[in-house]
Design a protein around this ligand. Structure first.
Ligand code: GLU
Length: 461
């Protein structure tokens, strides 16, 4: 069985980079009908991990991802880690190191002065003497002193690290608190992970974790280290490049379908296909197709995908989603007409809501510049003719409204703009927006006439 996991450090919200690696892990587990587990890495941080878990779950829920079983908290597993430390000490695979901070600093300085890489020199590795007074020891693990630490990364290929690069690192601090690479290896092994998919900022933690696997005789999982997401300039993605909190994308009016589709393509591809439903992602995802190089965040692409999913969404569902954005047309008799008229113009739900509001809410004021541009001396006369024809017309469909505008154009021997422009300003208070015939079909004759009359009154006043 395939078992994957997401192991966030509780920093408060789910970052899009974290969502991408967890999406990869989730897809791989779901594809194989395996397990996707959640582990909260909260040993180092004093933050409230309950809030962080809630924030992660909220984001998972929004995008439709779920994990299996109970979330595992590292902070609740200190006894497990202590047991393994004890075992390693007993087996002589780890040892107490009494080196003081000052000694360590002196060693570092000496190594740096010689232009050497700073590393612990193993001075307590085989120590059998009397420990110095007043130093509480740290526990160090015995790392191999010769040869290579090698593993096959599913993305990067074979990774070879000289053993000399990995020193006898600390697995428990003075006072007994276990360290990061130690607990990660234990948890991954105990949780039965078969595939560890994570950011490549962890690539050089892996050799250390392998030392722990080796010492404890754990089975080594497959590792996949995914290149970071960069901004459009190829630099590390930061808040300045756009939202990094997953839930902020919801606020901005993105659909989870679009965000997942966007993220899956940041670092993974299937031919040159761009649009993937979640079902398709599950069917097609394979970590062996994760791209080696880092991928660039591109907001235009996300907008394009979002527009695609909005355009193709069922109207009932779209209407449901719009409620949170301040538009409730769930029971509106012209729901389909409204959405057909606006959804091409709304790349986000925020934009869509604003396009709909533009039509449904009569303008309360008119921009003087628009007014001046659209209203000429003959405009009231043209609009009056239009209203008269409209009252008499048989209006069954959108095109019928267009016919009335054409009739005015013919009768008055004017260009289309002479009716179109003022009508748009009068109805919407804006120079842009959906098609006029669609707008009028949504408003109906009475409301259309009411808005025209109000504007004419305003000019006369
Ligand atoms: N807790 C780590 C992080 O949030 C992830 C560790 C891992 O995936 O191994 O970056």
């Amino acid at each position: 069985m395939i078992t994957t996991r997401f192991a966030p450090s509780p920093t408060g919200y789910l970052h899009i980079g974290g969502l991408r690696t967890s999406l990869f892990s989730w897809l791989w587990a779901r594809k194989n009908e395996g397990q996707f587990l959640l582990r909260i890495e909260d040993t180092d941080l004093a933050r409230n991990s309950e809030d962080a878990v809630a924030a992660i779950l909220k984001a998972f829920d929004w995008v439709g991802m779920s994990y299996d079983g109970e979330a595992l908290f590292q902070s609740k597993r200190f006894d497990v880690y202590a047991k393994y430390i004890e075992q390693l000490l007993e087996e002589g695979k780890a040892y107490k190191c009494y080196m003081s901070k000052d000694e360590l600093t002196a060693l570092r300085e000496e190594q740096m002065a010689k232009g050497e890489r700073t590393r612990y020199d193993g001075r307590y590795r085989d120590f059998t003497g009397t420990p110095p007074e007043g130093v509480e020891p740290v526990i160090r693990i015995k790392a191999p002193q010769e040869g290579m630490i090698t593993f096959n990364d599913g993305v990067k290929g074979e990774i070879n690290i000289a053993a000399s690069e990995v020193d006898d690192f600390v697995i428990a601090r003075a006072g007994g608190v276990p360290t990061y690479n130690f607990v990660v290896a234990i948890d991954d092994a105990q949780m039965g992970l078969t595939d560890v998919i994570r950011g490549d900022d962890h690539l050089y933690n892996t050799p250390k974790q392998l030392v722990v696997y080796e010492a404890l005789g754990f089975k080594i999982p497959n590792f996949y280290h995914v290149a970071m997401i960069n901004n459009e300039q190829g630099k590390k993605l930061s808040k300045r490049d756009g939202a990094t909190d997953v839930m902020e994308y919801k606020t901005l009016g993105y659909l989870p379908e679009a965000l997942l589709n966007f993220l899956v393509r940041l670092g993974w591809s299937h031919g040159d296909q761009e649009i993937f439903s979640v079902e398709e992602m599950i069917e097609l995802f394979d970590p062996k197709d994760i791209n080696k190089s880092s991928s660039n965040y591109n907001l235009d692409k996300l907008l394009w995908l979002n527009a695609h999913y909005i355009k193709n969404m069922e109207h009932d569902k779209l209407a449901e989603l719009l409620v949170e954005y301040g538009v409730d047309i769930r029971t509106h008799e012209k729901k389909d007409l409204i959405l057909n008229a606006t959804k091409e113009r709304g790349k986000t739900l925020v934009e869509l809501a604003s396009q709909i509001n533009l039509i449904l809410n009569a303008p309360t004021e008119y921009n003087a510049k628009n007014f001046k541009k659209a209203f000429k001396e003959d405009t009231p006369e043209i609009l009056n003719t239009f209203m008269n024809l409209l009252k008499e017309a048989e209006l069954n469909e959108v095109a019928d409204y267009h016919k009335v505008m054409e009739a005015v154009v013919e009768q008055k021997e004017i260009g289309f703009g002479k009716i179109g422009m003022p009508l748009r300003v009068v109805l919407l208070g804006s120079m842009t927006g959906s098609g006029l015939d669609e707008i009028m079909a949504i408003l109906g004759v009475d409301e259309t006439i009411k808005r025209i009359n109000r504007a004419i009154e305003l000019i006369n006043a």
